[in-house]
Write a protein that binds this ligand. Structure first.
Ligand SMILES: C[S@@+](CC[C@H](N)C(=O)[O-])C[C@H]1O[C@@H](n2cnc3c(N)ncnc32)[C@H](O)[C@@H]1O
Length: 276
């Protein structure tokens, strides 16, 4: 097995974080597949021990904040399904396992979009584990910098069905123009009542673990990345209503001491309110 590109290896880091969490008695979530992803990745990196050591350091640095983030997104997925949304698209899904572990109903269709090499890494492991999704699940091998929407539609995505779109740690790796192009495409594809969740999280890029992440992904990280410093304003301009949820309020009930003390740090929950 060849090693993944570094930007895709960040998904292995998140899987290792979920695996570590799943072993705790006070776990915020249980992912029975995450350990197998981590083990397979570790094997594929045996010729590159320094890179693997860096992945493990990043896992240590990001663990607390990221696991709370995963659980917050789990809860937002459950909320959307409870509200009647039956179509979910995970952009840059990585090694996400929500189709298997959230007990989503069978009438939900969940699409996972990621680059072909990530899917080639992930699917054999799931098959070997005999993992069965509880909902409909379709993987879409596509690069978000290219024409990914045709692939999604070919895979069975329905434009007339209100959809939950999740971007969890992918658009921040794309240059601003490309990240916004992804959302412009989403906007054009999506029915009224659809939801999009965007991180407006401010990060301290001078913190040791962020500095290491930037070093790790190297040239794949661009200077001006993601949707921009004020995604809510931009989303409103392109046809979404937005609501802000402060990170500290979302995280407090989970009891992990990851408060930032900054009421402006949080997530933007966007709802599509008009056709354009
Ligand atoms: C930090 S990981 C997050 C994965 C997953 N959303 C999670 O939270 O565990 C970033 C993911 O984005 C994917 N990715 C990066 N650039 C991409 C692109 N241009 N097109 C599609 N996927 C991309 C990577 O392969 C990786 O799986």
């Amino acid at each position: 097995m060849s090693t993944l590109a570094k930007v895709s290896t960040t998904a292995v880091g998140v899987a290792l974080i979920r695996a570590r969490e799943s072993e705790r008695e006070d776990r915020l979530l249980n992912d029975p597949y995450a350990r197998a992803f981590g083990d397979a990745a570790r094997t594929s990196y045996r010729e590159a021990p320094d890179t693997w050591a860096m992945v493990e350091q990043l896992v240590d640095g990001f663990y607390e904040g990221r696991i709370v983030g995963v659980r917050v997104f789990d809860d937002l997925v459950r909320d959307a399904v409870d509200a009647g949304l039956t179509q979910i698209v995970l952009l840059g899904a990585g090694l996400d396992t929500r189709a298997f572990r959230l007990d989503l109903p069978a009438d939900v269709r969940l699409f996972e979009v990621d680059v072909p090499e990530m899917i080639a890494f992930k699917e054999p492991i799931l098959r070997e584990l005999g993992a069965e999704p509880t909902c409909g699940r379709t993987v879409v091998a596509a690069d978000l910098r290219e024409d990914w929407s045709s692939r999604l539609i070919e895979a069975g995505f329905r434009r007339d069905v209100p959809t939950l779109w999740l971007e969890e740690g992918v658009l921040g790796y794309l240059p601003r123009e490309q990240a916004r192009a992804v959302l412009t495409t989403v906007t054009g594809l999506t029915a009224a009542g659809s939801r999009f969740i965007a991180g407006a999280l401010k990060v301290d890029e001078s913190a040791e673990h962020y500095r290491k992440l930037k070093e790790f992904v190297g040239s794949e990280a661009q200077p001006s990345r993601g949707l921009g410093p004020d995604p809510a304003t931009w989303l409103r301009e392109i046809g979404w209503a937005t609501e802000f949820r402060a990170w500290d309020d979302l995280a407090a009930p989970l009891g992990r001491g990851v408060a930032t003390g900054d009421p402006d740090n949080g997530l933007v929950l966007a709802t599509r309110h008009q056709e354009r």
